[in-house]
Design a protein around this ligand. Structure first.
Ligand code: FAD
Length: 165
């Protein structure tokens, strides 16, 4: 994991807390580099965390801008969050919002192997619904499935201040 976070006291390093974020966020914002322009796409995801190593799975149409961009430049960045709750303060700068979030970077690969695609879609559905699903070959043929091998991630939590109303 990389460091250098401002408000370091809010950094989350407990793996169980990080897993909780990944279980609850449901949507991530995928950052791509389209030539010299940034491009961000919200997407649902599934994940596997094994010994601190995070792998993310995405699915979508077989064509479109994100697929084109990814083929040109597979370097991606992502962010996901949950636990959003605005709070008030006595002055403007004490208003704020609670959150738990994760950000990271990795390399995106379009999965071609049918068995890996099926496994990835099962992981995605498990993360999204908590349920087990199985997929047939013909079902996976119509979608693109992306694996992100995450090389670095950080997580952060902003709690509700004790003094807020
Ligand atoms: C909460 C949420 C969850 C989603 N989950 C998924 C998912 O799991 N898989 C998936 O494939 N898609 C998902 N989408 C849709 C996704 O954000 C994209 O619209 C879609 O993937 C097409 O992306 P693309 O790069 O192929 O765009 P294209 O269809 O090629 O579109 C190109 C242009 O259309 C515009 N555009 C595309 N998407 C959006 C958008 N969401 N909002 C506004 N303008 C847009 C942009 O200007 C973009 O440059 C989700 C959207 C939301 C809001």
């Amino acid at each position: 994991m990389s460091n250098g976070m401002t408000r370091r006291e809010r950094e989350v390093t407990d793996i169980n807390e990080i897993i909780k974020i990944l279980d609850n966020a449901k949507v991530l914002h995928l950052g791509l580099v389209d030539g010299d322009e940034p491009y961000v796409v919200p997407m649902n995801y599934g994940y596997i965390m094994e010994n601190g190593k995070l792998t993310i799975y995405l699915h979508g149409a077989k064509r479109g801008r994100k697929i084109d961009v990814m083929r040109e430049n597979p370097k991606v960045f992502f962010e996901a969050e949950y636990g959003i709750q605005p709070f008030e303060g006595d002055i403007a700068c004490r208003y704020g919002i609670t959150y738990s979030s994760i950000m990271g970077k990795g390399i995106a690969t379009l999965i071609e192997d049918v068995e890996e695609k099926k496994k990835a879609l099962s992981v995605l559905m498990k993360t999204q619904t908590g349920k087990d699903f199985e997929f047939e070959d013909k079902m996976v043929a119509f979608v693109s499935v992306i694996r992100i091998d995450v090389s670095d991630y950080t997580a952060k939590h902003r709690p509700m201040p004790k003094t807020s109303i």
